[in-house]
Design a protein around this ligand. Structure first.
Ligand code: SF4
Length: 355
């Protein structure tokens, strides 16, 4: 049985034709699913009962079941925990900002990359998410917060390395940016990667991959520290990564974001800041730096630096005229680290099994 949300528009049209329906049904279905975000075929009131019955019997529409959620009393961010059909769980975070709403979505169950500061990676990679599972995070979250609280920005920064699930992420981006489907602005979608060189090259040379923003989880200004924090850097070396990023065709409005998790005593010294500025060198207009003070989780081996140290790091980058922003994590009063709510639920389920 096909899942409707696994299909980009061209595939949806082909499927509609293959079952003997007129072409306009593709647009009609898209409108109900991506615009009105309905949860069942029964709500598609301009579709006949017979056709709805056929769709119910031959396609799947929903994927995710909301297991639980936590809402921050401080900033209103909401962390959702979804159950997949095979029993696995994933997280999505809704982040309300002053003039827009952002959704941080997951692309894998777990992650194989193994960044030392990341909670998600603890159990390794379980599996890739399907396109429908990626897309449904957006639809169901939007439904939950209400259509008036429009989600305009999507960041692929949740669980998983998006470019390790290339085909499904590509199709999800096609669905998000297609005007006949979700119709979100390309510039408001960001794919965050740990820096897999081959996959970044592939994405930039793939004509069918809609242009979106790229964020790179950099986290260090020298090879040794990066390799310590991100073992993937052994084979995707920092100098090669920077050379590749410097060579990418970057349009106005699509500056590359360098994500830098600041960890006390590891990569947060003024020396690190100067080195980062030198690494960027004359390519200041190509990058924006996001400084993210580390968000400790239970049993985490690292600590968050003091506010003054974070601000000093930022000021040093400013001295070099580098656009640097501090992103204090949202939802400090909920399970803020990525994967933490999922872990809590797993522990609860195991406890119930033991009782
Ligand atoms: S930070 Fe991202 S890439 Fe690294 S282990 Fe965590 S989920 Fe994977």
């Amino acid at each position: 049985m096909i899942n409707i949300k696994d299909l980009n528009f061209k595939e949806l049209e082909n499927w509609v034709k293959s079952v003997g329906l007129p072409k306009f049904r593709a647009k009609q279905l898209s409108k109900w699913i991506y615009n009105k975000k309905v949860s069942s075929y029964d709500k598609m009131t301009d579709i006949s009962k017979d056709l709805r019955k056929f769709l119910k019997e031959n396609t799947k529409l929903n994927n995710l079941e909301l297991l639980s959620y936590e809402k921050s009393n401080i900033d209103g961010s909401i962390k959702f925990l979804w159950k997949l059909e095979d029993g696995n769980t994933i997280e999505t975070v809704f982040i309300p900002e002053r003039n827009h709403n952002t959704l941080c979505i997951s692309t894998q169950v777990g992650c194989a990359v193994g960044c030392k500061f990341c909670f998600t990676t603890k159990d390794g990679l379980i599996r890739n998410l399907t396109t429908a599972e990626i897309v449904d995070q957006y639809i169901q979250s939007q439904r939950f917060v209400g259509l008036d609280n429009r989600i305009s920005n999507i960041v692929f920064m949740g669980m998983g390395e998006p470019l390790a699930n290339y085909d499904n992420v590509k199709k999800a981006v096609q669905i998000f940016t297609d005007e006949r489907m979700a119709g979100l602005s390309n510039r408001k979608i960001t794919i965050s990667s740990s820096g897999i060189l081959a996959q970044i090259k592939r994405m930039y040379s793939d004509k069918e991959f809609p242009q979106v923003r790229l964020a790179i989880s950099l986290n260090a200004s020298d090879q040794k520290t990066r390799e310590f924090l991100m073992p993937i850097s052994e084979t995707n070396r920092l100098e090669n990564l920077m050379a590749l990023l410097n060579s990418l065709p970057v349009k106005t409005g699509y500056r590359i974001m360098l994500e830098y998790v600041l960890i006390k005593g590891v990569n947060d010294s003024p020396k690190d800041a100067h080195r980062l500025a030198k690494l960027i060198g004359g390519n200041k207009k190509r990058y924006k730096v996001n400084l993210i003070p580390f968000n400790p989780y239970p049993s985490s081996p690292f600590e968050r630096p003091e506010k003054e140290r974070v601000e000093k790091f930022q000021k040093i980058l400013w001295q070099y005229n580098i656009g640097a922003f501090i992103r204090w994590s949202k939802g400090q009063d909920i399970s803020a680290a990525c994967g933490q709510l999922r872990k809590k639920e797993l522990e609860r389920a195991n406890l119930i099994k033991l009782l």
